[in-house]
Design a protein around this ligand. Structure first.
Ligand code: NAD
Length: 265
């Protein structure tokens, strides 16, 4: 008979090895804090600000967890492979790969330069594609399988005019998760996207620093406000645990209802 996880045990991440890309700020940092406090061994990938990573490692230690930092640019394949290798050398396996690193240019189809397009694709889609490939190979070879969680966006499915390359990349991640999730299901690797709505992180500084724009955004969100990073991290923590064992090739949205927002006309 299939083993069904006990409700509380399904939330425990004790001894799970979890890699988080872009892990020293915003949503990634909150994910590191939550999964670290639930007992996971965390590998914090970061591109810049090693001092922030050191502070976070100390914080995870105070929460009773264990973590290391690895400087790796997810748009560089050799860095990605080194990230996976360091995780395995340090902790022996990878249970969960969280592809969180992301950038945006806030440019329209008419004003996006080839450089803008390549930069966004290389981080948000190519980086996620090959991190998924490398992590899945590791999960299959270690025999226990694993889970890949991609921090996508409501914009994997919902247009954001004037942020076109970002939406195109996130749409690609939507299809990556569906296709690779089906391909890898019988190999013990599951893949789920988390699609946040608007979250109070540095990526949204320009909106948060413009009171008029912020009021407009809040008015469009049925819950009436942006999310805090911890409200996305808690969803990721659930998906990283055994309670999400029957989920794959799909997306979970935590968006305050924005995708369903309607003026009632
Ligand atoms: P953030 O800017 O705080 O975090 C992004 C992180 O990715 C940073 O730590 C950055 O250094 C890292 N990063 C960027 N390029 C990288 C690279 N080449 N290699 C390694 N790391 C790199 O913003 P955030 O809001 O925390 O974003 C995290 C994820 O959530 C992104 O994928 C973003 O698209 C997604 N997201 C954010 C929101 C939001 O409203 N904040 C909404 C939906 C989805």
């Amino acid at each position: 008979m299939t083993q069904v996880p006990h409700a509380l045990a399904s939330l425990c991440l004790q001894d799970k090895v979890i890699v988080v890309t872009g892990g020293n700020s915003g949503i990634g940092k909150a994910i590191v804090e939550v999964v670290g406090s639930l007992g996971a061994k965390v590998v914090i990938d970061y591109r810049s600000h090693p001092e922030r990573t050191e502070e976070l490692i100390d914080e995870v230690g105070e929460l009773g967890g264990r973590s290391i930092g690895v400087q790796a640019d997810v748009s560089k394949l050799e860095d990605l492979q080194q990230l996976i290798d360091t995780a395995v050398q340090t902790f022996g396996k990878i249970d969960v790969m969280v592809n969180n690193a992301g950038i945006e240019t806030r440019t329209s189809i008419l004003d996006t330069s080839p450089e803008d397009f390549d930069n966004v694709m290389n981080v948000n889609l190519r980086g996620v594609f090959f991190a998924t490939q490398y992590a899945a190979k590791q999960m299959i070879s270690q025999g226990s399988g694993g889970r890949i969680i991609n921090i996508s966006s409501v914009h994997e499915d919902w247009p954001m005019p004037n942020n076109t390359p970002y939406c195109v990349a996130k749409g690609g991640v939507r299809m990556l998760t569906r296709t690779a999730g089906v391909e890898l299901a019988d190999k013990g690797v599951s893949i789920v996207n988390v699609g946040p709505g608007a979250v109070a992180t540095p990526i949204n500084d320009s909106t948060m620093n413009d009171p008029e724009l912020l009021a407009k955004l809040n008015a469009a969100i049925p819950i009436g406000r942006m999310a805090q990073p911890a409200e996305i991290a808690s969803v990721v923590a659930f998906l990283a645990g055994n309670g999400a064992s029957y989920m794959t090739a799909t997306s979970v949205f935590a968006d305050g209802g924005i995708m369903m927002s309607s003026p009632g006309l």
